[in-house]
Design a protein around this ligand. Structure first.
Ligand SMILES: [Zn+2]
Length: 158
């Protein structure tokens, strides 16, 4: 790990070792962040954009760095939008569990039964409900195929 990492932070660890991840996880290497395909593909195209540095608050970084990070989040969102054509993308960055700056990009479809609620409401009891967990993780398009399509969009814009 380098100086910008926190030893006990799981996202610092993930970013530092991202090249060792499985093919079904890494989506894109941006300059200031890394994009991963998220586990809950009940929301097809769900990705997580993680800052390369351990940043916990937006005001801790320069305006230029903040702007570059937001551009990367927007690029990822645009690629997701082109592939899965959601009704709306939810951008979630809470940091209550892991304060390291990261955005959950949840594409929400028209047929989402809880479309007015935050995704976390649906995911709340996932660990105690294996059936529901399997349903929420299921990826109809296949993780590798989805990643290839997202990369195709990002390649065109970079
Ligand atoms: Zn961190």
């Amino acid at each position: 790990m380098d100086d910008s990492c926190m030893p006990s932070c799981p996202l610092c660890d993930k970013v530092f070792h991202y090249q060792a991840l499985s093919a079904g996880e890494l989506v894109w290497e941006f300059g200031h962040s890394i994009a991963f395909l998220g586990p809950w593909q009940y929301y097809p195209g769900y990705c997580i954009v993680v800052a390369r540095k351990h940043i916990t608050e937006l005001f801790e970084i320069s305006s230029a760095e903040r702007s570059a990070l937001m551009d990367e989040v927007a690029e990822m969102a645009e690629a997701i939008h082109q592939i899965v054509k959601p009704r709306k993308i939810n951008y979630e960055w809470l940091g209550n569990q892991v304060p390291h700056m990261h955005w959950h990009l949840f594409p929400r479809q028209e047929n989402d039964p809880n479309k007015l609620k935050a995704v976390w409401v649906e995911l709340e009891d996932i660990e105690s409900n294996p059936e529901k967990k399997a349903r929420m993780e299921f990826c109809e398009r296949g993780r590798d195929k989805l990643i290839q399509r997202l990369r195709g969009c990002l390649n065109k814009s970079n």
